[in-house]
Ligand binder design. Structure first.
Ligand code: SF4
Ligand code: F3S
Length: 104
């Protein structure tokens, strides 16, 4: 599957949800995740993310994020419609340590 990774946190642009053919994005307060059992690996969401936060889990080093996507997709509500990103989204693009400081 594809996974949402660190740079979504507090950017949360939500462009990704509009293109997913199986509606498998789930919403936390500060980021989204993809349900790994529902994602059909089509890849159309990856280029839609302005923060480049979506990656295929075949990339090295994403085990942590695959686990986080799986765990929270079962806990958070489904999201299928784009919403306005946080007003300060751009100021968090590329910031390090967002998981430790702001994951929710
Ligand atoms: Fe949805 Fe396709 Fe992205 Fe998977 S790869 S989350 S199915 S748009
Ligand atoms: Fe996050 Fe990118 Fe979607 S910032 S909400 S993965 S468009």
């Amino acid at each position: 599957p594809y996974v949402v990774t660190d740079n979504c946190i507090r950017c949360k642009y939500t462009d990704c949800v509009e293109v997913c053919p199986v509606d498998c994005f789930y919403e936390g307060d500060n980021m989204l995740v993809i349900h790994p059992d529902e994602c059909i690996d089509c890849g159309v969401c990856e280029p839609e993310c302005p923060a480049e936060a979506i990656k295929p889990d075949t990339e090295p080093g994403l085990d942590k994020w695959l686990k986080i996507n799986a765990e929270y997709a079962d806990k958070w509500p489904n999201i299928t419609l784009r919403k306005e990103p946080p007003a300060d989204a751009a100021s968090f693009d590329g910031v390090a340590g967002k998981f430790e400081a702001h994951f929710s």
